[in-house]
Design a protein around this ligand. Sequence first.
Ligand code: 48H
Length: 260
Amino acid sequence: MIKEPVISRAIIQTYLNELVDSVESDVVIGGAGPSGLCAGYYLAKKGYKTILFERGLKLGGGMPGGGMMFNKIVVQEEGKEILDEFGITYELFEQGYYVANSLEATACLTDKSLKAGLKIFNLISIEDAIVREQSVHGVVVNWSSVEIAKLHIDPISFETKVVIDATGHPCEITRIVAAKSGGKLSTGSGMIEGEKSMWADVAERLTLENTKQAFPNLFVCGMAANAVFGGPRMGPIFGGMLLSGKKVAGIVEERLKNYT
Ligand code: 48H
């Protein structure tokens, strides 16, 4: 006989165990787009306790939508190694341009990052950061439904050594830190420089250059990196997003090795 209370207990208990275990971690990532999932995969695979909060119900950010709802993504030569790493099927369209199904790409990133040990909590939004002595020490979160319904309910916080802002175009975590720190980011102006108009070639290069620390213990990747440091957008080419996720994982790993 199937008992409803057991089903309820199984869900609530296992979820809460994971949430309680995540209150302290090595890395918190905000956003489950391609760059965030990729960063989470490489860090979790190395054994770092890595937690990801995603505002939405579904994962993948802007990836499943492809280009203007055509569910295909393009990846340039440099990004092919990551398609291979995640087992994503692709075809050569023209020399240097690979095309993949955006749904399969999203599914593979999700599957491999979860199996590598990344803890993903969807439907939870990061609304603030813990900042102490000019350094980030964690994130402040609430249910996305609370945010959407504009309910006056206090959030809870998760302490961590490093935060990665992978929230895409709005660069939400860094924007909050910039505002509350009075413009102390490591950008030219100390504030968010803002994303520039489309220029795929330059944008893909700058995405990688801009993948770095924006504030002590706060790193940016993907579109957030370009928004924070002032790079252009690139449209539905995703090599830069994937490579940025991999790059930030490497930088964060170095930071964690020297963390006291
Ligand atoms: C929790 C949050 C919060 C928050 C947002 O936009 P994304 O796909 O991000 P990237 O940078 O990995 O990829 C960008 C790519 O999808 C894209 O938009 C491109 C290539 N555009 C080019 C162009 O020219 O337009 O994903 C970000 C994720 C989303 O799922 C959000 O729901 C989530 O972050 N998110 N999660 N707390 N405060 N803010």
